[in-house]
Design a protein around this ligand. Structure first.
Ligand SMILES: [Fe+2]
Ligand SMILES: [Fe+2]
Length: 425
């Protein structure tokens, strides 16, 4: 467990370079094409988003035992290319997680590749990797999945992937697990999406629950930062806490809203992100500018509590003026475990020229029935009392289509944006 007195440099070095092992866990891979004596067993093989998923991919996996010469072998134009993996083992929750990370570059857009994990003369079965198109794209967005029973999260995820086999990536909006230090929860979460993780890149957003110790004290999110080797931002001080990537015709910016939890360990993330965000928004040539941030931009009144008033949250006050100024198209938020589409907001008011704001809902079993009083800016609210939901996002350089579904497949909301003439039906 991290002391608040440890120097940040020492802390980050330890957090990003230490080691582990998950107890149990399923063995994945398609070992049927590998002789048993040479079969390599890996766990929780996962594809992670890169800056440009049309041409690259990060592959991570875990192992019960240290590997001696781990690599990824990918078939490119009939040739087998081997990429050495880095040892990214770390320790958290008093457990060593033995894991490896490899980045594959120089791929062609919109192409399918086969790859294996190797260690000496041992090999896994074959996995498939599909690079993204440079224009069209489709993904699934899951809100908070933190759970007491991760089978609930698994049910929502299963429904989403079965109904959207063409999804090219999936996002989790933060509070991925209920307790960020608890290794068993990470294992339970990954077990429920073990197969999708091997097939399409995962886009994590950090939530406040990633930043708690087992006894619910604030701490640096060691497991979150080590499990997901997302692209680096411009500031090593906040490594992996916020990042961006292109996919199809969109530029996604993933923000960190956990300064209340993490300023004691690494202060200044709001200003650092604002500087970074402005540069990102100035430089991107993509048609759609999309932000994902865990905490919501609005402040809600709570039923029966006169001391809570509706308004704009600290995240909103800090970031919405820049979202306005740089004409961000869509802002996805989470944290409140309720689905609400507010339409377009500018200058903190209803305005069709502003960014579209969607509070994404809940995909685990932690629900807050009847808690929130509807906000003046809410346009669409999920049927009450809420259960779970997921969203899809798809588009090209002309249109962007966002839909929200219940796990039974019932669609509860839809927004279509058309470039240069945004409309919200
Ligand atoms: Fe949450
Ligand atoms: Fe949260």
């Amino acid at each position: 467990m991290m002391s608040k007195k440890i120097s940040r440099r020492t802390f980050l070095k330890a957090a990003l370079a230490s080691g582990i092992m998950l107890g149990g866990g399923m063995i994945i891979g398609c070992e049927k094409d590998v002789p048993a004596v040479n079969a390599l067993k890996v766990k929780f093989l996962r594809q992670i988003i890169t800056k440009d998923p049309a041409t690259s991919r990060v592959i991570m996996w875990q192992s019960d035992e240290p590997l001696t010469a781990p690599s990824v072998e990918i078939q490119i134009n009939g040739d087998a290319k081997q990429i050495a993996a880095q040892d990214s083992t770390f320790t958290d929750d008093d457990k060593e997680i033995i894991q490896y990370t490899a980045q594959i570059d120089d791929l062609k857009p919109n192409a399918t590749y086969e790859f294996k994990i190797l260690d000496g003369d041992k090999s896994t079965g074959t996995f498939t990797l599909k690079t993204c198109d440079e224009n069209k794209f489709k993904g699934i967005i899951f809100p908070d999945s933190q759970s007491a029973d991760y089978n609930v999260w698994g049910g929502v995820a299963k429904a989403a992937f079965e109904k959207n086999p063409d999804a090219e990536f999936f996002i989790n909006m933060g509070d991925i697990v209920d307790n960020g230090e608890d290794t068993e929860q990470w294992q339970a979460w990954m077990t429920q999406v073990e197969e999708p993780l091997t097939k399409i890149p995962f886009v994590p957003v950090m939530g406040n629950h990633e930043c708690y110790t087992r006894d619910w004290k604030e701490r640096y999110p060691i497991s979150y930062l080590n499990y997901f080797a997302v692209p680096e931002n411009d500031n090593h001080y906040f490594s992996r806490r916020y990042y961006s990537f292109d996919i199809g015709a969109a530029h996604f910016m993933i923000l960190d809203s956990q300064w209340a939890e993490l300023d004691a360990f690494a202060p200044g993330v709001v200003d650092a992100q604002l500087n970074w965000l402005r540069q990102e928004l100035l430089e991107t040539k993509k048609a759609w500018k999309i932000v994902c941030v865990h905490r919501d931009v609005l402040q809600y009144k709570i039923n029966g509590r006169d001391d809570w008033r509706e308004g704009i949250s600290e995240v909103g006050v800090n970031f919405m003026p820049d979202f306005d100024y740089f004409n961000v198209d869509v802002v996805f938020t989470a944290h409140l475990h309720t689905y609400r589409n507010r339409g377009h907001i500018r200058n903190f008011n209803d305005d069709p020229t502003g960014p579209l704001y969607i509070l994404t809902g809940v995909s685990g079993d932690v629900r807050y029935p009847g808690l929130w009083v509807n906000h003046t800016l809410d346009k669409v609210v999920a049927p009450q009392p809420e259960t779970d939901n997921f969203l899809t996002i798809e588009g090209d350089e002309k249109t962007l289509l966002i839909k929200c579904f219940l796990p039974d497949g019932k669609q509860i909301d839809e927004v279509k944006l058309v470039k240069n003439s945004n409309t919200t039906p």
